[in-house]
Design a protein around this ligand. Sequence first.
Ligand code: NAI
Length: 330
Amino acid sequence: MKLAIFNTKSYDRIYFNRFNTSHTLKFYEAGLSSESVELAAGYEGVCVFVNDQLDAEVIKQLAAKNVKIIALRCAGFNNVDLKAAQAHGIAVVRVPAYSPHAVAEHAVALIMTLNRKTHKAYNRVREGNFSLERLTGFDIFGKTVGVIGTGKIGEAFAKIMKGFGCRVLAYDVQSHPELVALGVEFVPLNDLFAASDIVSLHCPLTPQTNRLINADTLKLMKPNAMLINTSRGGLIDSKAVIDSLKSGHLGYLGIDVYEQEADLFFNDFSESIIQDDVLMRLMSFSNVLITAHQGFFTEEALTQIAQTTFQNLTDFEKSQLNPYTTLVMP
Ligand code: NAI
């Protein structure tokens, strides 16, 4: 198949070339949007990532160019208008599980860095400053951790936190007997907010979860609690979080995703004037840690992304799409 791959970086090219056996690949640095959709002309498939915007208009234009399949090289699909794809008979496939451990472990990295301030210690020691002043952390052992969304990533995260010796509370719209058997306590959402020292978000962004963390739910959280978001930026009302941080109620914030990340993440703006005042305010807090959507970024995950994407394309060519990886059948 002739495949146009949008929004690519060096690592995408390395891993897609390494595992390609039968497809003709064209790598574009540009993201896919109404401005760049012309680049899809002549390709049967397009491959996109988390911040490409495939709204109804873009999908209509893809259909007009005879594109037959949209291959998401990610798990989340909130950026694709699935109804429009259905209406135009375009298949949509994704990589549902590339490495749940990668994201779960990154959530733990955010927790440990915020808690033990290793990023500050690293800089201090390199400058010959061996003072421990203001580096006090807390034992994770014995703390209560709330996990919202216990799918593949939430499950991996809950198991790690059990290993730390935490009490793990969870909330999900689906039951999860395996985690219950491991001692994870499923509780109503408000009870999770009220009891947790650390809250970690692992549910998808949907109309129901949009701004799940807002002024009201932040008030339910324990004073000085830690909030971790490695899922999607839209789960959090960033302005409400800033207010809570300013008032001293929210103790720590660790985010790998941000609502307006599409304008910034995955690119180098170190020599530019960043215009996003909300992000810049978040960055100004000493108890906030931001990473630029790197939760997935491990060798294992990049391998799995490339392999599953090629398998999806092969299944499509054989008219044998796998329901597990397919969101829209053509
Ligand atoms: P999954 O589909 O296995 O699990 C999602 C869980 O959320 C399911 O158990 C589902 O029942 C639950 N859920 C759905 N609606 C809910 C609601 N209203 N309240 C509570 N729980 C709800 O997904 P997976 O693989 O665990 O990924 C979770 C999210 O992580 C993805 O949607 C994606 O946004 C994000 N992600 C982030 C990455 C990163 O690099 N930072 C990489 C991969 C995924």
